[in-house]
Design a protein around this ligand. Structure first.
Ligand SMILES: Nc1ncnc2c1ncn2[C@@H]1O[C@H](COP(=O)(O)OP(=O)(O)O)[C@@H](O)[C@H]1O
Ligand SMILES: O=P(O)(O)OC[C@H](O)CO
Length: 507
């Protein structure tokens, strides 16, 4: 059945700790939404896994929830946009659609040794030139290799064409189309460490190096086109086109309407991801940042420079769930304002190693400067500050790498609601922060892509009417103070890395 009264776009945002679905009207307003967390698995220290079937159930739950919340039915949905946690790797049986192993999550360190071996074997330069990425366990490539090695018979089955690989976008698209479609999009493909971002093809040299059969990989599509159509039974007899898809950080850049080269967004979620629009230039970082595809629209590729931080809001979750120092994340704001932190406590939240620009898989979290007088408030402050210091490291590196003068950060994500964090970020980085009025920039970005894909909105100019900046934060700290704090942070990171080196020598 074809939609006759389609007035809305549905967007599904499948994140690391929760999924959400929103319904957006023609004015870019959210008229229905639903969110639900799902279970995380930590089978060994540093490993993080998901159950891909659970994710699918969770997504179906939020889809239904958004319809109920908005009082809207599927006949009113013109198109669906899909956005997702990136890199997380699923391998499933082509016939049955059943995953052969848990999804290995982007944060997981179980392939750190494999990544290190590739570096030691001298492949870094080639991999960066082709994929724009540094070699790290973060990306999908080593995770696929790991699954093919660990699950009995998997390599042979993959070679026989019996297994499929996908990141969460592909997996959900496959489920939404009931197995009809095995596609991904350029942004997600660019995070696998198997995709050549210049030729826009899977790279046979890297596939050979890792012995990954080409036939496992999805077809790569642009971010705003027909990617598949939902099976009618899923949406009460309506077949809804999926016309927008992007990895969540690229979707957030799009949702921030940061279309001009030099515009930078910083998302404060589980991790933190800073992305600068590079325009049409696939500039390669000399300082361990990532070059990635921001979006491909109307045959034109826009590239981005990215700094990825593995632990940001999840450090606040650790205060809440691990240490049980607080009951909810928002409490850290008042606590941090209370602390005078004269002793200068530093937390380096390297719980799953350090991401950009350090790329240290072996580092683990450390606390410095504790005294008998250290309070819960000091720990809350140090935790929020650690997020800002990590973001500052990325902005500094971007400034080193490019001649882009970064004077403004467009911020979003759950933890960007924290006024202490935002003010400290502005102070420590010396930039203005503009927080999106609607923090659902990721889901909105995917909705915009889907809407453009079916002509619901005509073009990017049409979307500019949705620019509604929220709070702004201005730098207000002396240079001397800023330098002193940053020096302390740099010493803390250096010591954390040194400690990891010593521990690693022993093992
Ligand atoms: N007010 C707050 N202060 C500090 N951290 C927060 C606050 N609200 C949420 N967070 C943190 O932000 C993260 C949730 O943000 P969200 O954007 O939903 O993340 P994701 O999309 O990665 O699941 C959690 O890690 C949570 O601890
Ligand atoms: O799910 P999020 O929002 O933590 O985002 C995860 C990133 O896409 C990982 O690269």
């Amino acid at each position: 059945m074809v939609n006759t009264e389609a007035k809305y776009i549905m967007s599904i945002d499948q994140g690391t700790t929760s999924s959400r679905a929103i319904i957006v009207n023609h004015d870019g307003e959210i008229v229905g939404s639903s969110q639900a967390e799902f279970e995380q698995f930590y089978p060994q220290p540093g490993w993080v896994e998901h159950d891909a079937n659970l994710i699918w159930n969770n997504v179906q739950q939020v889809i239904a929830g958004a319809f109920i919340d908005g009082g809207i039915n599927p006949s009113q949905i013109a198109a669906i946009g899909l956005t997702n946690q990136r890199e997380t790797t699923v391998v499933w049986d082509k016939q049955t659609g059943k995953p052969i192993y848990h999804a290995i999550v982007w944060q997981s360190r179980q392939t750190a040794d494999l990544a290190e071996q590739l570096i030691q074997d001298g492949h870094q330069e080639m991999i960066q030139a082709k994929t724009g990425l540094v070699i790290d366990a973060y990306f999908s490539a080593t995770k696929i290799r790991w699954i093919l090695d660990q699950v009995e018979g998997a390599q042979a089955r993959a070679e026989a064409g019996e297994l499929l690989f996908g990141t969460i976008d592909s997996w959900l698209l496959y489920k939404l189309t009931d197995g009809d479609v095995h596609n991904t999009d350029y942004t997600n493909a660019s995070r696998t460490m198997l995709f050549n971002i210049h030729t826009l093809e899977w790279d046979q040299d890297i596939l050979n190096l890792l012995n990954i059969p080409r036939q496992m990989l999805p077809e790569v599509k642009s971010n705003s086109e027909l990617l598949g159509t939902t099976k009618s039974y899923l949406f009460f007899n309506y077949e809804i086109p999926i016309t927008g898809m992007a990895g969540d950080q690229q979707a957030a850049l799009f949702g921030q309407l940061a279309f001009e080269p030099g515009m930078v967004k910083s998302t404060y979620g589980t991790g933190s991801f800073i992305i600068a629009n590079l325009g049409s230039e696939a500039f390669l970082s000399k300082h361990n940042l990532l070059t990635t595809i921001a979006y491909v629209l109307d045959g034109e590729v826009t590239y981005a420079l990215e700094g990825s931080i593995f632990v940001a809001g999840s450090a606040v979750q650790w205060l809440r769930d691990g240490l049980q120092l607080i009951e909810n994340s928002a409490e850290t704001e008042a606590l941090a304002f209370q602390s005078d932190n004269e002793d200068q406590v530093y937390l380096v939240p390297a719980f799953t190693g350090l991401g950009a620009p350090y790329w240290n898989s072996h580092a683990r979290g450390s606390l410095f400067g504790l005294t008998r007088g250290t309070t819960k408030a000091d720990l809350a402050q140090a935790t929020l500050q650690s997020i800002a210091y990590q973001v500052n490291d990325i902005i500094d590196t971007m400034r080193l790498d490019t001649d882009v003068a970064i004077t403004e950060l467009r911020v979003d994500g759950g933890a960007s609601l924290n006024d202490f964090l935002m003010q400290f970020q502005a102070d420590i980085t010396g930039v203005k922060l503009t927080r999106a009025k609607n923090l659902e920039t990721t889901a909105l970005g995917a909705a915009y892509l889907a809407g453009l894909g079916i002509g619901f909105w005509k073009n990017r100019e049409d979307l500019m009417q949705f620019v509604t900046p929220g709070n702004e934060y201005f730098a207000n700290m002396s240079d001397e103070h800023r330098r002193r704090l940053i020096k302390g942070w740099q010493r803390a990171v250096k010591t954390t890395e040194y400690y990891a080196e010593l521990v690693n020598e022993d093992s």
